[in-house]
Design a protein around this ligand. Structure first.
Ligand SMILES: [Zn+2]
Length: 186
């Protein structure tokens, strides 16, 4: 879902809460509003990590192209995971939920995050029909990363076979590119 829709829907939600509870500390209304779209800051971090550029416009451009590419693959029947978005995981929600036990402001941050995530889920499930694209659990993502690291160590060991090393030598660079793109697509 585009950030502008998150900002608009977050503003409507914050306004409704404000109307329903006008005596509520305005800071909580602001926390609810800002968390409902700033949660997508993890998309920005991914863009900076992949492109090594800090510009916000570059991040929008990167994410737009990423989604286009994912939709193209979806049409081809390829079901690949997108970038990993930490703040969109169940664990991030649980962490903020636990923090809300210590300060009520986090409860409104959590409400904004849940609202954001429900909108994202609605988009992925009903509009784009590609729910598989997101990793919802941090533990699953980290275990996949560890398995890939194990496999790449295995490949390094096998390459000590001189014959195999010779065969692999010609396309070593290609393999490294493939491996990098596999890791990037996690
Ligand atoms: Zn999002």
């Amino acid at each position: 879902m585009y950030p502008r829709w998150h900002i608009l829907s977050g503003a409507i939600l914050a306004l409704l809460v404000w109307i329903a509870a006008p005596d509520l500390n305005f800071l909580y209304i602001l926390l609810l509003f800002f968390s409902s779209f700033l949660m997508d800051v993890d998309h920005y971090f991914c863009s900076v990590a992949k492109t090594r550029k800090l510009g916000l416009f570059n991040a929008f451009n990167y994410n737009e192209k990423l989604v286009e590419e994912e939709k193209r693959k979806h049409k081809q029947g390829l079901k690949e995971k997108s970038d990993f978005h930490l703040f969109h995981t169940i664990e991030a929600h649980i962490l903020i939920g636990l923090l809300s036990l210590f300060w009520v402001g986090f409860f409104y941050v959590l409400l904004g995050m849940i609202f954001h995530s429900l909108l994202d889920l609605y988009c992925l499930l009903f509009l784009e029909k590609r729910l598989y694209v997101r990793e919802y659990f941090f533990v699953f993502w980290i275990s996949r990363r560890l398995k890939k690291t194990d496999k790449s160590f295995g490949k390094q060991d096998k390459s000590r076979n001189p014959q195999q090393e010779h065969r692999q030598g010609k396309n070593k660079r290609q393999q490294q590119d493939n491996r990098r793109s596999q890791i990037n697509s996690a």
